[in-house]
Design a protein around this ligand. Structure first.
Ligand code: FES
Length: 360
């Protein structure tokens, strides 16, 4: 049975979204972003943890309680103009906000809260596992989106604690929408991943809800540049495998950043994609923590250092998708902008903002 994450309470407030003129109810415990997503509104967002600034909106009237300091994310001008982060703001009164909704920019799927039984756990590296599950209820999502998985037994202020993980599976590979998978990196001391790596097994039931995020493939003819680090390969593989199913043939360059050869994984899936892709497909692994005598003849260092060398002047023409640790994303975005790639052609998902930091 599907159920909404948040239920109405006697202390609901309302949020009016301008210029769309939409009026929404907001549960007293819900953030503005959660309320919008819960009601199917395409409110822009990425990390949901106060780190990316994607959910910023202007508070036109009313009062909110802000859960984190937004001054690190918003500019002085935005602060002066009363911008807030919707993912970190719980309304204290009826509010009205101004934001450009993402409607029309991508697919919308109903938010579902369901459970799933683990069907396989495969160790990909020393600290990343591939968790496959079969959901009790069918769930529609777009390749590149993520789910919130409940931490077993952890409830804070009456709300289940969750961790965010991108689907590593292409939804089109399972027409009945019950089979999903995730790449999950162990965070030492993290409540969820410590439990997952020591206690979870095939047959264990997890609960969660989703889908969230807007890291899906955009239309266009531009060649595609994917940049993945660590477990950030999950949504990138999902997007590429779904694109293959959809007949996309745009040229692809995929950079995969890891520390050593032992941290590279899913190479068979990448090779399979490359073999079946209709356009050109270049794969560039980059290792950052190798000994000089490690026997690696490929690229060393950080991905940002190699973008120009691999793509040269062609870099500016790309549509770019980045997923992984924030420092990798930030350095690559700087390089992309310097090379002339416009912000409208750059899409990113800062993985650690919502899983690692929340987990720690
Ligand atoms: S800061 Fe709110 S979604 Fe990232």
């Amino acid at each position: 049975m599907l159920s909404r994450l948040f239920r109405r309470s006697p202390v609901d407030t309302t949020m009016r979204i301008e210029p769309a003129g939409q009026m929404l109810k907001v549960n007293a415990k819900a953030t503005l972003l959660q309320a919008a997503l819960d009601q199917g509104v395409a409110f822009p967002h990425h990390c949901r943890a106060g780190g990316c600034g994607k959910c910023k909106c202007r508070l036109l009237s009313g009062k909110v309680r802000e859960m984190t300091d937004k001054s690190y994310v918003l500019s002085a001008e935005e602060l002066r103009r009363n911008f807030i982060l919707a993912c970190q703001s719980v309304p204290l009164t009826d509010v009205s906000v101004e934001v450009e909704l993402a409607a029309g920019h991508g697919p919308r799927h109903a938010l579902v809260h369901t459970s799933g039984e683990i069907t396989a756990i495969e160790h990909l590296t020393d600290d990343i596992v591939h968790v496959q599950a079969r959901l009790k209820d069918a769930a529609q999502y777009s390749a590149g989106q993520y789910a919130e998985i409940c931490v077993p037994g952890v409830i804070v202020n009456g709300v289940r604690e969750t961790r965010s993980y991108s689907f590593a599976s292409a939804p089109g590979a399972d027409p009945d929408h019950h089979r999903v998978s995730f790449f999950i990196r162990r965070v030492p001391g993290g409540a969820f991943t410590d439990w997952l790596f020591t206690e979870a097994k095939v047959g264990t039931v997890l609960e969660g809800h989703g889908p969230y995020g807007d890291f899906w493939l955009r239309d266009g003819l531009a060649p595609l540049l994917f940049i993945a680090g660590g477990s950030g390969l999950a949504p990138v593989l999902a997007v590429l495998e779904q694109a293959l199913l959809d007949g996309v043939s745009r040229d692809v360059t995929l950079f995969f950043g890891a520390r050593t050869q032992r941290d590279l994984y899913a190479l068979d899936r990448i090779e399979s994609l490359k073999a079946r892709w209709k356009g050109a497909f270049a794969f560039e692994p980059v290792l950052s923590a190798l000994d000089t005598d490690a026997g690696w003849t490929g690229r060393r260092g950080f991905i940002a250092e190699h973008l120009g060398a691999v793509l040269g002047e062609r870099l500016a023409a790309h549509q770019a998708y980045l997923c992984g640790p924030p420092p990798m994303i930030d350095s690559c975005i700087r390089m992309l902008r310097d090379a002339g790639v416009g912000d409208e052609a750059i899409f990113f998902d800062k993985f650690l903002d919502r899983s690692h930091v929340l987990e720690a």
